[in-house]
Design a protein around this ligand. Sequence first.
Ligand code: GTP
Ligand code: MG
Length: 171
Amino acid sequence: GLKKKEANVLVVGLDNSGKTTIINQLKPAESKSHDIVPTIGFTVEKFSGKSLSFTAFDMSGQGRYRNLWEHYYKECQGIIFVIDSSDRLRMVVAQEELEQLLNHPDIVGKRIPILFYANKMDMRDALSAVKVAHLLNLDKISTKPWHICASNALTGEGLSEGVEWITGQLK
Ligand code: GTP
Ligand code: MG
C-alpha cells in the first residue's frame, strides 16, 4: 500500500509541561501507556497524522537533561515546544530555554516549523495562548513558521489543531 511520508519532530519544553502526556494522546489506542512518569533522558515515539507519520523525540525537560536537546536539532524537521500555561513562575525559564534553542547554530539558519502548545488550559490559573505567546516573545520569531494552540493533554482538546498545522508545514 501507499506509505505515508515520515517526519522527525523534537518535543521539548520544561519538565512537567505535559510533553509525554501530549504524545501519549496522539498515539493509537493500543500503544498508549496508562501511567506516565517523568521522562529520563528521552524516548522515541511514533504517531500518525492524516498524511504524515511522525517519529517524535520526547525529551526530558528536567534541567540536568536539557543539554540533550541540542543533539537532535540537526535531524529534526519540526519542533513541538510545550508550555505549562499555569506555571507562571517558570514562564521566564521557558522563554530562556526557547531563546537558547532559537539561537543555536543548528537551528538559527533553518526554516523549521515550531508548534507551541500552551498546555494545561484546564487549570484555573492558566494563562491564555495569547498571553503565553507574548511572554515567550513569539512575535520576534521572523525566520520560522510558528503556531500556538491552547491544549488540554488530559482530554486531548486542542491537540489535533496543532498536528494539522505542523502536518501542513511538513508535507
Ligand atoms: P518531563 O518528562 O519531566 O520533561 O515532563 P513532561 O513534559 O513529559 O510532563 P508529563 O507529560 O509527564 O506531565 C506532567 C504532569 O502534568 C502529569 O501529572 C500530567 O498528568 C499532567 N498534565 C499534562 N498535561 C496536562 C493538562 O493539559 N492539564 C492538566 N491539568 N494536567 C496535565
Ligand atoms: Mg516526559
